[in-house]
Design a protein around this ligand. Structure first.
Ligand code: 2AM
Length: 475
């Protein structure tokens, strides 16, 4: 037994994590249900470090130093449960099972409980960064018992991305918290991409810029506050020409966005927690709408009813779109962090939002300069009521709010869909409103369902006798 860690499930993500571990000097035991993948990995990359080839699960477990550490990289769902159960039968008190897949956090909560009853440590670890990140340094979000992190942490931190010398990996909190935070990360990624898409669409349809010009705009935006991986690769994708037709690649790609489900999970969880994540929600629904190709093609002749004109000053409108993008992005992150806070309270996780911002600065898809500012905001005030209220973000959004309104107004006038820009602005306006029409909602609920209401001027719960003399009684 000489391997410091074992990896089972050697598809692309698993292989790349195993190689990353080996490249960092760790001895890695390899296992896959079918040995073909193990041998393929060894043949191609066996010289990158110290690997131990194993065939059976018994051989795999026996190859590991104690306490044993096994990273599972198989498909989320039933396959993960099957592998956990097989491993658990072979492992001993204090051993550590890590699920590095995209598991639903409620599954992770259940699995952690089952394993702790068998004296095993179970760590649900969110891993972000795709295939390249897995190999070269992902952002890692491990949950589970603190005790497990003591032995596991240095190993995971060694293979994570680093920013300013700090690892993009930290112990998130108990049981399902790592996968929960990874899920919200993915939701924010959906919102980020939707906002970028809306900005691109406006530059194209409202201003009439060509794809090459828009690529240049994004290249220019990839500095300062908007500097991020997603803005950077937007310029790359927009610059790509299709070899066959000579057109911009983006014009030959079918405009139906796929989804694997983590955005949907984020919204479902937000609904349960009662947190308005409108940016993420709009992003998930926008993808759903895009995929309804039949319905869309049947609807293309609906009257546009355009009442606006192309903005006269191109540079000014580009700068407005930039401000709208930034403000909407702040809203999406503020909402995502609200969800993290709500999840933390619901499950008793004691999560630290500043730590999340820190480990998302590198390795993951939403990595961005911006996250340094989020970290600073939470360092300064860990109990921030909303990220939007941190002085830095408040100033930035207030500076851009007129631009934001011009963009949403222009889009509405021209009939260009901007669900995420518009709903983020409405969220902003809702949040800052002294009075909301929710008072009327309460009145209606009391009218048809005797659901009662509270008054602004005295304590208590009240009901109006709507079907009698309409006097008010204390409920
Ligand atoms: P395979 O190569 O034997 O198919 C991604 O699909 C990874 O998960 C692959 O390494 C795959 O192994 C593994 N996998 C999928 N379902 C599995 C299961 N039920 N048990 C073990 N490994 C599984």
């Amino acid at each position: 037994a000489r391997a410091q860690i074992g990896v089972t499930g050697l598809a692309v993500m698993g292989s790349n994590i195993a190689r990353n571990l080996a490249r960092h000097g760790h001895t890695v035991a390899l296992h896959n249900r079918t040995t073909a993948k193990t041998d393929a990995l060894l043949e191609k990359h066996g010289d990158e470090g110290d690997f131990v080839r194993t065939e059976s699960m018994e051989e795999f477990v026996a190859a590991l130093e104690k306490p044993r550490r096994v990273l599972i990289m198989v498909k989320a769902g039933d396959a993960t449960d099957a592998v956990i159960s097989e491993l658990a039968d072979l492992m001993e008190d204090g051993d550590v099972i890590i699920d590095g897949g995209n598991s639903l956090y409620t599954d992770t909560i259940r699995r952690e409980k089952e394993m702790s009853e068998r004296n095993l440590n179970f760590v649900g670890a969110g891993i972000s960064g795709g295939e390249v990140g897995a190999l070269e340094g992902p952002s890692i979000m491990p949950g589970g018992p603190a005790e497990a992190y003591e032995s596991l942490g240095p190993l995971l931190e060694s293979i994570s991305a680093h920013v300013d010398g700090e690892p993009c990996c930290t112990h998130i909190g108990p049981d399902g918290s790592g996968h929960f935070v990874k899920m919200v990360h993915n939701g924010i990624e959906y919102a980020d991409m939707q906002l970028i898409g809306e900005a691109y669409d406006l530059l194209r349809r409202a201003l009439g810029l060509d794809v090459e010009q828009i690529a240049d705009v994004f290249r220019d935006w990839n500095s300062g506050d908007l500097e991020s991986y997603l803005v950077e690769i937007t310029a790359e994708v927009l610059s790509q020409k299709d070899a066959e037709t000579g057109k911009p690649l983006v014009d030959v790609i079918v405009d139906a966005a796929g989804q694997k489900g983590t955005g949907r999970w984020t919204v479902k969880s937000a609904l349960d927690l009662g947190v308005p994540v409108t940016g993420i929600g709009e992003a998930v629904f926008a993808r759903a709408l895009s995929s309804e190709l039949d319905q869309r093609s049947a609807a293309t002749d609906l009257k546009p009813g355009v009442i606006g004109e192309q903005p006269a000053d191109t540079d000014a409108f580009v700068s407005d779109v930039r401000a709208a993008l930034y403000a909407s992005k702040v809203i999406a992150y503020a909402q995502g962090f609200d969800q993290i806070r709500a999840g933390s309270e619901e499950y008793g996780w004691d999560l630290h939002p500043g730590a999340m911002a820190t480990i998302w600065r590198g390795g993951c898809i939403i990595r961005a300069q911006f996250l340094n500012r989020i970290r600073d905001a939470y360092d300064e005030n860990p109990d921030l009521k909303s990220l939007l209220l941190a002085p830095y973000f408040r100033d930035a959004v207030e500076e851009g709010v007129e631009s934001w309104r011009r963009v949403v107004t222009t889009a509405a006038g021209l009939g260009i869909p901007v669900p995420a820009f518009a709903s983020s602005l409405s969220y902003y306006d809702g949040l800052r409103s002294e009075r909301l029409p929710a008072a009327l909602t309460q009145g209606l609920r009391d009218y048809f369902g005797a659901h009662t209401y509270q008054r602004v001027d005295k304590e208590g719960t009240f009901h109006t006798l709507w079907s009698e003399d309409r006097s008010e009684v204390e409920a």
